[in-house]
Structure formats: C-alpha cells, structure tokens
Design a protein around this ligand. Sequence first.
Ligand SMILES: *Cc1c(COP(=O)(O)O)cnc(C)c1O
Length: 390
Amino acid sequence: MSFSQGRPFLAIPGPSPLPDPVIRAMARPSPDIYGPELAGLNARTARQLKRLAGTGAHLAAYIGNGHAAWEAANANMLNRGERVLVLVSGHFAQSWADNAEARGIVVERIESGPAAPDPGQLAERLRQDPAHLIRAVLVCHIDTASSVRADIPALRAAMGDHPALLAVDAIASLGCDRLLMDEWGIDVLVSASQKGMMAPPGMGFVWFSDRARARGRTDLTTPYWEWTARADARESWQYWGGTPPVQLVHALETALAMLLDDETLPAAWARHEGLAQATWAAIDAWGAGNPGIAHVVADPAARARAVTALTLPGAAGLRAWVQQKAGLTLGIGLGASDPENAMRIAHMGHVSAHQHLGTLATIQAGMQALDIAHGSGGVEAAASVIARLS
Ligand SMILES: *Cc1c(COP(=O)(O)O)cnc(C)c1O
C-alpha cells in the first residue's frame, strides 16, 4: 500500500520547492528583449538581489547554475598561476577548489572536516604570507554536503589587513541564513537561484566589491564571463550577456518579492532557524541510545539553518521508502564516507512548519516500517520546538 497520492514534497537541499505564484509567473510569452519591459524587470531584479545580499556592490548575472557562478568568480578574481586558500568544510568547497585548480590557479586547502573553518588557523596561515602571495580566500558559508556553517565575520576578522579577497559561496544560505555582504566585509559573493531564493534553477549570480573590481581584468576571464560588462549593463540584454532568460527572471522577481517584501528577510531567517531547531530536536531524540543516528556537525553553532546532514543506518532504504510510500524526497548523503547510511534533510526556501513537521513524521514512520532502531519522541520534540516559536 502506498500513501503517496497528493502533492509530492521535495526536501532535498536544492532545487527547493517552488511557490505557486513563482510557477505562474513563468507562464507568459517572450517579450521584445530590447523593449522597456525587460529594462525595468532587470533593473528591479538587480536592486532586489542587492537587498538580498545586504550590499551596494556590483552584480553580475549568468545563465547558469552555481557551478557557473563559481567559475565566473574564479576567472574574474584571479590570474593563472596565482594562489588561493580554500577553507574546505565539505564536498562543495572541495569542488570550488577543484574548479580553480583546473583553471590553472594554485590552490592551497585548509581542511576542517565536518566542522567550521577555524579563524585561528586562517590567521596563522596568512601571517606566514608576508609577500601576500595568497590572492583570495574561498569559503562556503554553508557547505550543503556536510551542512557545516562557517562564521564569516570571524574569518574576515582573522584576515586582519592581509589584502587577499574574501570570496564566499552563499548558494545554500542566501535567504535562509543571516548574511550581510557589506557589513561582513565580503569581497565576492556567489549564489544561485534554486535554493533559498525559491526560484527555478538556471540563474547564477556574483556580487563583487570595488576592491575586487580594482584588481582589473584577469587573464582567466573571457568576454562572455567578464563581470564588469554585466554589472555595468546599459542595454537590458547586456545584464545576461545576450538574450535574458526572461521567464526565469519573472519567476525570480516574484520569488524575491515574496521573500523580501512579503515575509521580510529577518522573518525568513527566523523561520529557517525554527525549522532547523525542530530538525535537530528530532534527530537528538531518535539518536538517544542509538549512536548510529547522529548529526554530521556536532556543534549546533556550526550547523546550517537550511539543511541538516545526518548518519542513519539504512538511510538509502529509508529514502526509498519515504519516496515510494509517502511522496517525500530526502537528500542523498552527498560527500559522506558511507553514503548508504547517511542523508540530508532540507529545510530550505518555501517550507512551512506544517510541511516540515510532515517531513519529520514521515521519516519517523519510515524508520518504524523498516525496523530501523531509533529513540522515541522525535516528532514530539520537533512539535515542541515549533510550539515555542513566537
Ligand atoms: C548547490 C550548491 C552548489 C552547486 O550549485 P549548482 O547550482 O548545483 O551548480 C555549490 N555550492 C553550494 C554551497 C551549494 O549548496
């Protein structure tokens, strides 16, 4: 017997669930791309994207996903043979580093495992670089694979007056977790449309400071990827390096209005905090007396608010059960040493308390059905967290 008839629910850490108004915003014909309609749309969306990131910095938009935005940032920040320091807190930081290395950038890594990058270690390494050979520090605000959250202000402070640029991947955190680009001293910020922005996949963004811009044109960039041409666009098509993805931009405009104007960012951050706390309470209860069920990130302060990674014996079977029997899709144990027994629960974007309690209750039902040993009271603990939210 299956109970999956009804609206399917995607609790994977990207793409996140699309709000109905966002889906509807895409159902329209393509306009004249040289006309005033698109000029206004691009300008409004760029303004909203800067609000979202808390910045007055430059913005370059790309028809691409997060991987495209990574490559754009790397190519525009660095010349071939220059050195970057990557703070590796999981699979995604590793992949960003791999992209840099493949472009001929010299990559140095500081691994922190499934824990937040250590500001002390960063400060120490930069102290050993009096010649300022390290040109940029790359870090994921949230590494979506491990669900580690980095303390960006602490890392910025640790950089002192070393002139390296601070480049932050906020693909999984923008809109979910507090992030203030200018206040935190971030030089280059990278994100994509399909996670906390609640929009379809296909749009990548790079915000860059005057300091990053002052580096000038690098030998790694090319006319299509070069960021100032997009940031300084005069014609509406120039924002996107050619024909804009019009229907996607309409979707994004609708999603950002919901997030920034209807809900407001502080409320969205608080909602994600509540959903994260509810998830952690359930995992703590399930793991009591069952050490196989455990958080990947031990320290709550270093946990993402948009996704939670955990180990769970039989996770692969559980994921299949909740999908086939109950219409719920959970995230795979990406980057885990034992992916069969690891998974990720997303609480990212357009997700209410009611939906998330459904996710946690369905996981509990699956564990019961599959005889996966777990402590009792997980759903009750999560419900109590939600009950305490004001
Ligand atoms: C999803 C994600 C990416 C990759 O984005 P794509 O759009 O899949 O290319 C990179 N970094 C982080 C932190 C992510 O969450």
